[in-house]
Ligand binder design. Sequence first.
Ligand code: DHB
Length: 310
Amino acid sequence: MPNFSTSIKNLHFDFPVFNASGILGATEGEIKRVLESDAGAVVIKSVTLEKRPGNSGIRFYWEDIGSINSMGLPNQGVDYYCSLAERLTKYNKPVILSIAGFKKDDYKKLIVKADKVPFSAIEVNLSCPNIEGKGIFAYDFNTMFRLLNALRKKTKKTLGVKLPPYTQREQIKEVVANFRKIGIDFITTMNTFPLGTFIDWKKESMRINPNMGIGGLAGNAVKPIALSQVILFRYFSEGKLPVIAVGGISSAQDIYEFILAGASAVQIGTALLKKGTNIFTQLKRDLRGLLMEKKVKKLSDKVGRLKFLS
Ligand code: DHB
């Protein structure tokens, strides 16, 4: 029987496949559903200081090629999730809290609160595309590096950063160099492609309501982009900055590709929303079959083992 386990610092994944932030991690019931499934961990939906209803109207739409969303950070507020942390330890699976702010000070307050309770790790979301009039922090390098330096000083917990897609190799190189200096423990790449849309040609209208119908693009359409982010983060960090991959993963083959690209774990977003938590059982069964067919005994032996053509 193949061994699936991987780890990033204190995060031990018996099966390194779990939900992407924002999918099924917003209430105690949803978080428990993920933890009680075959998922190897849970990521809690990006939390803000105050409770938020999120954007109004239709906020999510999907087709086979991919999905778009403009949720607007609906969540119960950080205190709600902090009050759950102790109860969630009984599942013995990593519980990762994603935090999101509107200004730097928000992140500092959030991290102080999250540091006090037994979450396994904190994922700093610097890539939410759906806040009207606010830029994406992770595209403003000076602000991002200064902020992360300050956050790193406030917690000894495993600290990761959720990043948006970058379009140039040099950007990834610069992010890697600075994150290594700051002491970031892992990155999660990639968040949605920030500007995506679908149109209903019959109604001659957009498919979702907020932000002119334009939101974060996810699912199958972004898989090639996500793969190249993972490969380049692995390359520029020489494997020293662990990567959690997300973006268009829906099958065991997809998981295997992202592991070869350099991911230590993967998250499932759009496909989880479409299929529910049974997808983890199916992925586990299919990945077992794939590894047995390829005679791979340990999945972790394959992290970053992609062959480049000469
Ligand atoms: C939302 C979307 C994101 O991609 C993200 O990283 C955080 C929040 C949202 O619209 O709720």
